[in-house]
Design a protein around this ligand. Sequence first.
Ligand SMILES: NC(=O)c1ccc[n+]([C@@H]2O[C@H](COP(=O)([O-])OP(=O)(O)OC[C@H]3O[C@@H](n4cnc5c(N)ncnc54)[C@H](OP(=O)(O)O)[C@@H]3O)[C@@H](O)[C@H]2O)c1
Length: 291
Amino acid sequence: MGKTTIALIGPGAIGATVAAWLAQSPDLALTLCVRTPLDRLEIEAPGGLIMAQPEMLTDPAEARPVDWVLVCTKAYDVAGAAAWLARLVGPETRVAVLQNGVEHVARFAPYLPVERILPAVVDISAERSAPGRVLQRMNGNILVPAGADGEAFAALFGHTPIEARTTADFTTALFRKLTVNCAGGICGIVNKPNGVARDPAIAELMLALAEECVAVGRAEGAKLADDLAASVVRGYQTTAPDSINSLHADRMAGRPMEIDARHGVIVRLGEKHNIPTPMNRLAVALLTASQ
Ligand SMILES: NC(=O)c1ccc[n+]([C@@H]2O[C@H](COP(=O)([O-])OP(=O)(O)OC[C@H]3O[C@@H](n4cnc5c(N)ncnc54)[C@H](OP(=O)(O)O)[C@@H]3O)[C@@H](O)[C@H]2O)c1
């Protein structure tokens, strides 16, 4: 049997980490689809440095259909990713979307048949210091919906320390992660690493953001524990104080931030379910004004 072909669009913090690990397998043929060229991938992983030099394309016109596409751009870079999809997707191609937020499928539905799209919740903490250079703070995990595509996606990671697995309740996984992400919006607002959660006044704001997300998530069918919001805040208080979430990394780098995918969506779903979301509304306003 030939190698499974994978094209990964957007080797940033998450994309470079995932790509470097996948590149370690002799059974996978990996191509990077990049916007900014890079010489190689160097990931400072929890177990030590890993390196890879996969094939790299900079122009969608050079791309050919593959078995799997992994989209690892930011949620706001969908149009740029779609230019690649037009060339990478053949009749058998499956497209995994490794992004935050809860609207993975809706985001790509204008470009692909929805049954080809596999949404993925990524819980890996990764920070990019230069093109292709990433600090991977934990091995982490990736959750995808149960089913044949989910199983096939998880199998791609069989040789890596990243735990990729399926879940029968993907809605709950989506909103658990959104709860973590919306609390972390505070770091983008005050422009400080995750350790700012140790300030009790900041922790209170994080809790209020997270509680709104829990309420909205439950209205959408997620089964979220009563202590989820509090445990999310505790997570920020106990993580490495200098760690930086991806929205804050965007602010520091002067890039757009995933404001809509991480806060705007909570406001919109709150309106749909008649649930007040003043804290996430405030986060949208403050983050938007800080751009
Ligand atoms: N970082 C984390 O710890 C983390 C954890 C969990 C989930 N996430 C989520 O994972 C997703 C990716 O986040 P990230 O932190 O990895 O972002 P990132 O570091 O900004 O990486 C995004 C990558 O996409 C590339 N890109 C943008 N447009 C492109 C195009 N048209 N063609 C090819 N490449 C393109 C960017 O290129 P340039 O090099 O030119 O900028 C960059 O390399 C986000 O939804 C984020 O919320 C992140």
